[in-house]
Structure formats: structure tokens, C-alpha cells
Design a protein. Sequence first.
Length: 265
Amino acid sequence: MTDTTPPLLEFKNITVVRDGRTLLDSLSLTVGAGEHIALLGPNGAGKSSFIRLITREYYPSFQGEHGAFRIWGRDRWHVFDLRSHLGVVSNDLQHTFTRDMSGREVVLSGFFSSVGLFTHKVTGEMERKADEILAFLEIEHLGDRPMTELSSGEARRLLIGRALVHDPAALVLDEPTNSLDLHALHTFRRTIRKIARSGTGIILVTHNLHDIIPEISRVVLMKDGRFWKDGQKAEMLTDANIGGLFSVPVHVKEEEDGYYYATGY
Ligand SMILES: Nc1ncnc2c1ncn2[C@@H]1O[C@H](COP(=O)(O)OP(=O)(O)OP(=O)(O)O)[C@@H](O)[C@H]1O
């Protein structure tokens, strides 16, 4: 990385209004290339709306004074190009994969930003990349399995593979551990940590404290469509902050495994 590398995300004073309702209110956030951050907030805080903002499904309704809305230094993006910089794995996406496709086809579909391969031409190079990703994620055994028969955890790891085909600068994960059991959670955490250590930035959007992998050092607390606090993880994940964020008395503790857990609520 050189000094001239632009930030991955640079949002200043961004407001999103939909159907007369302010979903995101004066957001300002800069995320550097390769940075690992968590966006933590309760239900209804605006987390999904934030993801829709960065995937360009929602547009800023209003940019305050000195407002900015840049991804990788650019104001304007073709959505297709954007996907090679940001690999987004959302729950919305998982629900769209209802077709009978093999795991390998799911990964390959990332090259075309499609939900199937249809008449797209898959090259030998794409095949090689898909196999490399399946191996990196330790999911070669899922390559020939039909997506419709997979567990939530398995399907999610394939969607991560799909998001990685373009070697994005960052992976954006939306509530990634919803509906995972303990074993799936364990495997999933290992996968995400491996990706984080490989140099791909992680932008984790969640309401679960225990999703925050130890590699994440910065946490943004989100509440009522606003970024309420933004700072180093240990300073953000305190009893007072988490209690205030979720409106419950809570005790927050960092365990030996480097994860934070909330108890006493
Ligand atoms: N298109 C829309 N029009 C009006 N209100 C909306 C729209 N989309 C979302 N909302 C409302 O905006 C608020 C924020 O929603 P959002 O889905 O972004 O929150 P969230 O943090 O992702 O919540 P959860 O954790 O429950 O998924 C909610 O109160 C929601 O009902």
C-alpha cells in the first residue's frame, strides 16, 4: 500500500431517506484499505440500509456540507465494477439461491454477478480460480453438492467463495452467523479469520458481539440510523456502551480466545 492509496470507503454527512423516513442520518465514516472493522447495532439500527448504501441499492438523499460518498476514491461507480472491490455476502443474497446449482457453480456465478451460469461462458481460468477458492476455504467437498441440499453454514461459505472470485479489497458480511449452530459457527469463524489474515479487509455488520473476530480492532456502534461511537474495540465494547446501545444492563468481557461476550442481561 502506498500513501496515495485512497480509503476503501469515505462517507461524509450522508443521509438516506426512503418513503419519508430517515433511515441513515448524517453518516460519516472512513475505512482504510485492508482495515478490519465491525459495525455493531441493535435490530432496526440501520445496518441493512447501510449495506444497501454501499452496494448502491440506496443512494444518498442528501449530502450535508462538505459531504462525500466515495468508494476507493471514486464518486461514481458501475455496480458491476464495484463488486470487484467489495465482495458482499448478505442474507438477502442467500435467499436468492433457491436454484439447483452445484457449489462450484455458485462460486463461478460470482464472475457474472448472477444467480446462475445461464449462457455465460466459463473459461478455464475461471474454473481454476474457483477451485483455488474452494481449496483456500477448505470446502472442496462442497463443489459438487447441490446448493439446495446444503446447511446454512455450508451455503454461506460458498457465498463467501462467490464474493472472493474478483479478489476484492474487502469482504462485507451482513449478520453472517444468523442460524449457524456451534459447529458451523466454529468453522465459519475460522474461515473469516483466515480471510482477514490473508490481507482482505473485513467489514462485519452484526448485532452479535461474539461475531467480532479478534483480527477486528475497530468497532463502530450504530443506533437509530446514526454512527453513535467509533473507536478501538476495547474502548467501544464496554458495559456502558453495549448497555446503552442495546438498552439493557449488561456485563461485557473479553475472553482468552480474543472474543468479547455479553452476560447478565
Ligand atoms: N424502504 C424503507 N422504507 C421505510 N422504512 C424502512 C425501509 N427500509 C427499512 N426501513 C426501516 O428503517 C429501520 C432500519 O432498518 P434496517 O433494516 O436498516 O435495520 P437493521 O439494523 O438492519 O435491523 P435488523 O438487525 O433487524 O436487520 C427499520 O425501522 C426499518 O423498519
